[in-house]
Design a protein around this ligand. Structure first.
Ligand code: HEM
Length: 616
């Protein structure tokens, strides 16, 4: 897979005097100062010193080879956008630089590709120019993140984005014309402060205006500089979205949901930030972008991604796979030394701690009490340990379901029955540990717990998504419990999915029906009659032990699992009574007396019923 840099810039070596051509001042012009060096002037103001990497394809290719980049997707420098100028002038300017970009690419041995620019202040002209440019050989378009006071959710700009989706033209959004510039005269603050804020503004506008809900999913759009401050401020945005109607806009989903609708580049210059970005955006949404050849760009393009601790498959996605999809590259593209260099850069050596992400794990304990209460650390770690084991249980129980599904389709196949029993044994062993662990918490004095309990409200075990998932997965489905998960939409959605999906109990009895042990039931049979028929199916297995040892093993494991869960419920109640007596729960229940009502819950009631039915 070629290594593709989707964010870098060019200037042509020369261009006509635009101020003279259009009769208005301060258009960008280039003044060559010495061989290979130039300065971009805005009227009499020096804007930026540049060098031949901006215009010389051979210099670019040499740097690409040095850095292991196969393809550069070049785009104009935002100072050329001209959105504040007369539309006709901006169109002329766009055409001139778009043609210059293709000219540069023409000398790039197929390794330079281009995104065009358009006069975004005139939507018809912008649509026409992107279509012309794509026909001429541009891959897509780069736009500025606003046009004067208009953000990206402006109706005209949305029409343009629709048009790009229809044309199959990917859109790269670059911040420019930074807000608050008069307050940032020094230290390149428009770049370091203004640009990330501009990008944040664009994304928030697109999300909260519901624009992403209306734009076609086929639109491929990317925000450079790692999407500005968006990933870092997403928590803040989500919080506002949930708690303040005015902050919510008209988006159909919470802001984080829309991370699946856009891409960002990797130009963040720090490994932890890159890791965080991948965590927030997913490995499918980050692409190599360097800002080459400017001073705020990555000096050795791709070094951050290659040298990071990200897994190899994630690096491959960021270095090229994602860009290939974003750009819609279908034909094989010429490769330079990208793959070779990717392979030769020694992946940071795997260690115990990098494999297990120990530093990340150990950063996750945040006490709420102030000053920190000694026992709160135990309280956090024991709950986290439970959640890790719950995760493992779900992983195993899903595998049990998958095995039983196979036997439902081909009842003669026994391997999957043995495998289901083996995995269930693992689940029961985990459950034993989970029951036992509660004793550790009982080393905490009630007074010690009461010293920080108030800080935990309104959090409650009711909100353990994974515990509820285990219940739903096994067959104890209770729609009423969903409302405890309203504050966490992702948890709500996965629980809703578990409610819809066939449970372990359903799949188990489907498999037994396929085996032929279940008596037929009438269409309009009552629940009791169905349970009875299923219990008879179990009875049939136990009566014919010689032929059904494997299935009986599954039944025994399921029964044991059920039993151990009740043991956990009982030990949890005892621990709760020992720690808080008969106080109300932080989740609003009656506490221990409520929990006692759950002791009669069973995942597989038919397995218990069958025991009564078995003849002496
Ligand atoms: C001092 C320690 C603990 C106390 C005082 C406590 C108290 C309670 C109370 C009162 C409830 C009822 C719901 C409510 O109103 O909040 C509850 C539910 C729950 N707790 Fe705990 N708990 C403790 C530790 C744990 C631990 C270590 C876990 C491990 C995962 C846990 C998991 C749960 C779960 C899953 C529920 C929901 C049970 C159901 O709905 O059937 N709790 N807890």
């Amino acid at each position: 897979m070629p290594v593709i840099d989707i964010h870098n810039h060019f200037f042509p070596e020369t261009w006509p005097d635009l101020a003279a051509r259009f009769g208005t001042p301060d258009w960008p012009r280039i003044e060559h100062t010495e061989p290979g060096k130039a300065v971009i002037m805005l009227g009499d103001r020096r804007f930026r010193e540049i060098d031949s990497a901006c215009w010389d394809p051979l210099v670019r290719l040499e740097h690409m080879d040095r850095d292991g980049v196969d393809i550069q997707v070049i785009s104009a420098t935002p100072v050329l956008f001209a959105y504040e100028r007369r539309a006709q002038h901006a169109l002329d300017c766009a055409r001139m630089f778009n043609d210059a970009a293709l000219e540069l690419c023409g000398h790039g041995h197929g390794r330079l590709m281009a995104l065009c620019q358009v006069p975004l202040q005139d939507i018809d002209a912008a649509c026409a120019e992107v279509s012309r440019a794509v026909r001429a050989g541009h891959l897509g378009v780069q736009i500025g993140n606003h046009v004067g006071e208009k953000n990206l959710d402006d109706a005209g700009i949305l029409t343009f984005l629709h048009h790009c989706a229809d044309e199959g033209a990917p859109v790269l959004v670059h911040p420019w014309d930074m807000l608050g510039t008069p307050r940032m005269p020094r230290y390149m603050m428009p770049w370091t402060v203004g640009m990330p804020a501009e990008t944040q503004l664009s994304l928030v506008a697109l999300i909260l205006s519901g624009a992403f809900d209306r734009l076609p999913a086929s639109l491929r759009i990317c925000f450079v500089h790692g999407g500005g401050s968006f990933a870092f401020l997403l928590g803040r945005l989500e919080n506002a979205w949930r708690h303040h109607q005015v902050a919510r806009g008209v988006s159909e989903h919470p802001p984080g949901w829309y991370c699946g609708r856009f891409y960002v580049d990797s130009a963040v210059f720090d490994e932890h930030t890159l890791q965080f970005l991948v965590d927030v955006m997913s490995a499918d949404r980050v692409m190599l972008g360097s800002d080459y050849p400017f001073p705020l760009g990555e000096e050795r393009v791709g070094a951050l991604v290659r040298g990071s601790q990200l897994p190899p498959e994630v690096k491959t996605k960021i270095l090229g796979v994602n860009a290939s999809e974003f750009l819609g590259l279908k034909e094989p593209v010429p490769q330079g030394r990208g793959a070779e260099i990717s392979a030769s850069v020694p992946a940071a050596q795997l260690t115990y701690s990098s494999y297990l992400r120990v530093p990340d794990l150990l950063r996750l304990q945040h006490v709420q009490s102030s000053p920190p209460h000694h026992d709160e650390m135990l309280f956090i770690i024991i709950h986290q340990t439970y959640e890790l084991w719950f995760k493992e249980l779900l992983h195993e129980l899903d595998a049990v379901i998958a095995n039983l599904r196979v036997t439902a389709e081909s009842p003669a196949s026994r391997d999957e029955v043995y495998e289901a029993a083996r995995l269930l044994r693992r689940c029961t062993e985990i459950m034993r540990v989970l029951v036992e662990q509660l004793t550790i918490l009982e080393t905490m004095l009630p007074t010690h717990f009461l010293a920080f309990r108030g800080k935990l409200r309104p959090a409650s075990g009711f909100q353990s998504e994974q515990f509820r998932e285990i219940e739903f997965l096994c067959g104890l489905k209770d729609h009423k419990m969903l409302h405890y998960h309203e504050p966490t939409p992702e948890a709500y959605a996965s629980l809703e999915r578990r409610l819809r999906e066939p449970s372990l109990r359903d799949v188990f009895f489907e498999a037994l029906a396929a085996l032929g042990t279940t008596p037929a039931v009438k269409e309009d049979a009552t629940d009791e009659e169905r349970v009875e028929a299923r219990a008879q199916a179990i009875q049939a297995l136990y009566r014919d032990e010689r032929n059904h040892r494997d299935w009986i093993d599954v039944c025994e494991r399921l029964t044991e699992f059920d039993e151990l869960l009740v043991s956990w419920r009982l030990r949890h109640i005892q621990m709760v009574e020992r720690t808080i007596g008969v106080r109300l729960g932080t989740g609003g229940s009656a506490g221990a007396s409520y929990l006692k009502l759950t002791l009669d819950k069973k995942f597989f009631p038919e397995l218990w019923e069958a025991r009564t039915l078995l003849a002496e």
